[in-house]
Design a protein around this ligand. Structure first.
Ligand code: ASP
Length: 349
């Protein structure tokens, strides 16, 4: 723990990613820097008078993180986030932040925030964004107004809710956006300003293992269901990334109905913004048709978020009605009471 003359404390878990990369002997850049090195690279951290504890948790690219790396991280956060610590920060590869942050959000019940960050420009490049993002994440994690907000994602001086944030660009430092609702707030002059708050938190009772398989199948022009057919018997659940507001070609409907009879099939949209519909379109393969055949609408949850939620619901052995209720609540199209477990598990919320 550094800078003891302060009562603001943060614990940082480093998982690798671009923020921690340096030149690799075999070419390109690869994860190499420790959490201490990330902290040492932040100009002005000492002026903030924040005590920082670090944990080197993993050293890998975001693409190779597993579900169980994140459930182990959630356990470690639970154990290390004692009363005296104001919040946790996670540094990792940006490629999977939209999934890891949401899984952490669903598993985290303490009042202190967990703030996930990373970088788009690695430390060898001009204008590397890692130090600024990490400082902003630390400032967010120790701020009193971040308490009770669950897991947040901070990059580019924006604060996003884990359940809404998406990576929208391959290289831009402004890649992280929340198409549904916008950012919760911003970092201004070193202080987080939260302009919006989430209506509630949602925690799940069980952590998924790597053995639960949920496939994301994206629908496309002229899709004849060959991929769905090939995958259907080998997975525990499916998320359909549907066309528009949740549509599929008519020829895929019988197959989807048969699959929905055996395993949960969730209907999301491939568009990247907006909610799936429920009552508007009536043609074969429309959202009305698919819902009447047993598919579960994802609402505002995009396909990768819907997959994370379904993994956790399968881990909790939820039946179809609990899965439908959970998606109704998290997808934002039913009353909060439908969330199957206590929504505000900590009195601090
Ligand atoms: N491009 C990624 C990043 O920004 C690489 C990764 O996810 O590890 O960190």
């Amino acid at each position: 723990m550094s800078s003891a003359a302060t009562d603001r404390r943060v614990i940082i878990f480093a998982l690798g990613g671009t923020i921690a990369m340096s030149a690799s002997p075999t070419g390109g850049v690869a994860p190499a820097l420790s959490a201490e090195q990330l902290i040492a690279a932040i100009p002005g951290l000492a002026d903030n008078d924040i005590a920082v504890e670090v944990v080197d948790f993993r050293q890998m690219p975001g693409a190779s993180l597993k579900i169980t790396d994140i459930t182990a991280l959630a356990d470690a956060i639970r154990q290390r986030l004692t009363e005296e610590i104001d919040g946790a920060v996670v540094t990792q590869g940006t490629d999977t932040i939209e999934e890891t942050a949401y899984l952490l959000d669903l598993l985290h019940t303490a009042p202190q925030p967990v703030v996930v960050t990373g970088a788009m420009r690695n430390p060898t490049l001009a204008g590397a964004d890692g130090p600024a993002n990490l400082l902003a994440a630390i400032q967010t994690a120790v701020h009193p107004r971040s308490r009770g907000q669950g897991c947040l994602v901070v990059l580019g001086d924006e604060i996003h809710a884990a359940r809404r944030v998406r990576k929208t660009h391959t290289t831009s430092p402004a890649t992280f956006q929340s198409p549904n609702g916008g950012p919760l707030g911003y970092i201004v002059e070193g202080r987080p300003r939260l302009l919006n708050q989430l209506p509630r938190r949602a925690a799940v009772p069980a952590a998924p293992g790597d053995d639960i398989r949920v496939a994301i199948i994206t629908m496309a022009l002229g899709d004849d269901g060959t991929t769905l057919q090939a995958v259907g018997d080998h997975v525990d659940g499916i998320v359909v990334a549907g066309l528009g507001a949740g549509h599929v070609p008519a020829q895929v409907v019988p197959l989807l109905e048969a699959l929905a009879d055996k395993i949960p099939v969730v209907l999301a949209s491939r568009t990247g913004g907006g909610s799936t519909l429920q009552t508007t379109y009536g043609f074969p393969g429309s959202e009305r048709d698919l819902i009447s055949r047993g598919l579960i609408p994802a609402g505002y949850l995009d396909p990768v978020k819907a997959r994370i939620l379904l993994l956790t619901l399968l881990a909790a052995n939820c039946d179809r009605s609990a899965i439908t209720a959970a998606f109704g609540a998290e997808g934002g199209y039913r009353d909060t009471e439908t969330w199957p477990w206590p929504t505000d598990p900590d009195k601090d919320n």
